[in-house]
Design a protein around this ligand. Structure first.
Ligand code: PHE
Length: 345
């Protein structure tokens, strides 16, 4: 048996040397050291040996198995290194090939306009306030001086969820909520956010769009403060030469109410297609906070006053960038969006 073992060892060593790939080597390992290999057979046959020879033979078999395993491992490392070496030698990289262009993302045009307006107001000491899009009828209408059955509710066709809950039709409920929460303290906020109206979508209408609301409440807040603020905003958004004009209007939550126009940035006022030959472009609605609204929120209208305004960033972006269809803002067509790459740093 000893003879047999040594012969076996010689055989395996030769096979190992002859293996030229890791796969071949693995086949040798399975063939000789595996469960069905000759070493296992020999171990099984040991039962037939006289008892005093068994430990010696057992030790010899183990010794041979260990040295074979060791040599197998050494050969494996060598073959693996050779394989890597060969792969490296056979591979070549053409460093003159042009690289793949990396697409850069950028801000959505609507986001840019909202951020520009936010930055302007933050620079004047305003804070940003937010409110829920699913809103109580109370904050969307009643607290804004629009009791149930008020005809002006029809100005804003609403998506009702229950009788008392709806998708907010404007950002003005954030005014009412903020006033209620501030409990008589002065306020200077803008509220950007999504609003919803039951409109059929077309080039200038969308059932969901964006608004930015502004609200200032405190002692001695006057119409002239509102006018000065809006004048600065118009110049910031549409150029230092812009003039503004306030026209009387109606909103139930402001008194007096106005609509603000800016002098046309395209023709400068002489009349063109952008301003529909009037020289003026309507931008937003505003007014002095109605005493009823102040009172409902716990302010004394004899002591404090306020102004509020609301604008649509879509409309501003459409004017600024000459976008003709509001739906472009929502359909995420990369050909549209990629036209608004930031040029400034
Ligand atoms: N909430 C008004 C609208 O959606 C806009 C507005 C806000 C008007 C604040 C006056 C004051 O049309």
């Amino acid at each position: 048996m000893k003879e047999q073992l040594h012969e076996l060892k010689e055989q395996v060593m030769l096979k190992i040397k002859e293996s030229n790939t890791v796969k071949e080597l693995n086949d040798v390992r399975v063939a000789y050291l595996g469960k069905k290999g000759p070493i296992t057979d020999l171990l099984k046959g040991m039962g037939k040996l006289p008892a005093e020879e068994r430990p010696k033979m057992g030790a010899l078999v183990n010794e041979i198995r260990e040295s074979v395993t060791e040599i197998l491992e050494e050969r494996k490392v060598l073959l693996e290194q050779q394989a890597i070496q060969e792969q490296l030698e056979n591979e070549s990289i053409d460093v003159t090939l042009p690289g793949r262009p990396v697409e850069l993302g950028n801000h959505h045009p609507l986001t840019r306009v909202v951020e520009e307006i936010e930055d302007f107001f933050i620079s004047m000491g305003y804070e940003i306030a937010e409110g829920p899009e699913v809103e109580k009828d109370y904050y969307n209408f009643e607290a804004l001086n629009l009791p149930k059955g008020h005809p002006a509710r029809d100005m804003q066709d609403s998506f009702y969820i229950t009788e008392d809950i709806l998708l907010r039709t404007h950002t003005s409920p954030v005014q009412a909520r903020t006033m209620e929460a501030k409990d008589g303290a002065a306020i200077k906020i803008i509220c950007p956010g999504k609003v919803y109206r039951r409109d059929s979508d077309d080039a200038t209408h969308s059932h969901q769009f964006t608004q930015i609301e502004g609200l200032v409440v405190g002692e001695n807040i006057r119409m002239s403060d509102l006018k000065g603020t809006l004048d600065l905003l118009a110049k910031k958004l549409f150029g230092a030469e812009r003039e503004i004009r306030l026209r009387p209007s109606f909103f139930p939550f402001t008194e007096p109410s106005v609509e603000m126009d800016i002098s046309c940035f395209k023709c400068g006022g002489s009349g063109c297609n952008v301003c529909k030959r009037t020289g003026w472009i309507e931008i937003l609605g505003a007014g002095m906070v109605h005493p009823n609204v102040l009172e409902m929120a716990g302010y004394n209208p004899e002591e404090v006053t306020g102004f509020a305004f609301g604008m649509g960033p879509e409309r501003i972006a459409m004017l600024k960038y000459g976008v003709e269809d509001i739906r472009h803002f929502y359909t995420n067509d990369i050909r549209f969006i990629s036209q608004f790459h930031r040029t400034e740093a």
